[in-house]
Design a protein around this ligand. Structure first.
Ligand SMILES: NC(=O)c1ccc[n+]([C@@H]2O[C@H](COP(=O)([O-])OP(=O)(O)OC[C@H]3O[C@@H](n4cnc5c(N)ncnc54)[C@H](OP(=O)(O)O)[C@@H]3O)[C@@H](O)[C@H]2O)c1
Length: 349
């Protein structure tokens, strides 16, 4: 019987045979966090480039975006590793491993973003991903993004020794010498933790530093930190039905040259409950979305501040679907307005 992993490999191989796997900038790609091909829901972006390029869902090259501070170009769709857990069953772990391989094989570009955290899955997210990437020979394909938070979710001060211990443990678990991105998780004690991350960056062991929140209550604090610290990245929640970040955080990121990683692009299960079994409207083919996942992902990556979106999935077929959201045309401003209207007509979750 064909395993999910084999299926993914066959699918990826077929894509390569069809010439879908070439590296390089997407025809409909953007030129950076403020990509010229992107349109904004707020109407700030030009839609002309977005609409002009790309040749269809799941075909065409992956859109790449530039990290402003380093110039690195990364595929606009990555993977959120929140759900890889030390407690997972062997079957679930096999699926997550297939998902990581689908990311490595399906997203062209130098670094396929895998977002994890010291605290995810009791350490299982970092540990398993690091192990699988080494064993499967894909460690070099991945842009490793993790997080540190010795302050705990409740806030308070972080002990510097604990912060360094977490960071060192992340290196061990991920089995790499250089971490591409390490972010302070959930706004925990920025002075202490960003200061220590900066030391690692100065030593060349961490390439980019940042800070994350998915709580609107922390947006004011996040904005202050964005203004006061030299950040390479922020991580923030943003989805078609959760657009508060457009008001202040995303414009500030553009203004300060800070890359943006989008979390919760589906609102976890929220948008799936709202969509139910509705058919995707035909007009979404005008921007090469053939599934609801691609519809939602194209909405968030159309914002000119967004560098990468990292949907979470434990299903390799969903990973392939999600990567399709990073190919082809992006919605124009008119499409974005119509997309919002459609979503606002759906029942609340
Ligand atoms: N403060 C922070 O730093 C923070 C907070 C929250 C999240 N994050 C990061 O953001 C990532 C994304 O968040 P999330 O995973 O919680 O939520 P999400 O990406 O909004 O949604 C994940 C849900 O969508 C489903 N899904 C994914 N792709 C699908 C597809 N193509 N078709 C149908 N269903 C699909 C998944 O189920 P299946 O498994 O069945 O595909 C899962 O139930 C996390 O993994 C984590 O890396 C960071």
């Amino acid at each position: 019987m064909i395993s999910r992993r084999d299926w993914i490999r066959i699918t990826a191989g077929a894509g390569a045979a069809l010439g879908l796997g070439a590296c390089g900038d997407a025809a409909g790609g953007s030129g950076g966090a403020g990509g010229e091909g992107a349109a904004s829901a707020a109407g700030a972006g030009s839609s002309a480039g977005a609409a002009s390029a790309g040749s269809g869902t799941q075909s065409g090259e992956m859109i790449l975006r530039t990290i402003p501070s380093s110039g690195d170009r990364i595929p606009v769709i990555g993977l959120g590793g929140r759900w890889i857990s030390a407690d997972a069953s062997p079957e679930e772990l096999a699926d997550h491993r297939a998902v990581l391989n689908a990311l490595a094989e399906g997203a062209e570009g130098a670094g396929r973003v895998f977002d994890t955290a010291y605290g995810y899955g009791g350490g299982g997210s970092e540990t398993y991903a690091g192990e699988w990437a080494q064993e499967d020979g894909i460690a070099d394909e991945i842009f490793w993004a993790t997080k540190v938070n010795a302050a705990g979710r409740g806030g308070g001060e972080a002990d510097p020794d604990d912060v360094r211990a977490q960071i060192e443990r992340s290196f061990d678990r991920l089995r790499i010498d250089v971490i591409d991105l390490n972010q302070v998780h959930n706004m925990g004690d920025p002075p202490t933790q960003l200061g220590i991350l900066q030391e690692y960056k100065d030593e060349g062991r961490i390439r980019h530093v940042g800070i994350t929140t998915t709580s609107e209550r922390q947006y004011d604090h996040l904005a202050r930190v964005m203004e006061e610290y030299p950040l390479d990245f922020i991580g923030i929640d943003y989805a078609i039905d959760n657009r508060t970040a457009e008001e202040r955080i995303l414009p500030l990121a553009l203004d300060r040259g800070i890359a943006v990683m989008v979390y919760l692009p589906f609102g976890r299960r929220r948008m799936w409950r709202r969509i139910g079994d509705r058919e995707l409207p035909e007009w979404t083919s005008e921007f090469d979305a053939s599934t609801w996942a691609q519809f939602m992902l194209k909405f968030v990556i159309a914002h000119p501040a967004v560098t990468v979106a990292v949907p979470g999935t434990g299903d390799p077929e969903h990973m392939v679907d999600n990567l399709g959201g990073g190919r082809g045309r992006l919605p124009t401003d008119a499409h974005l307005r119509r997309m919002i209207e459609l979503v606002e007509s759906l029942p609340e979750a």
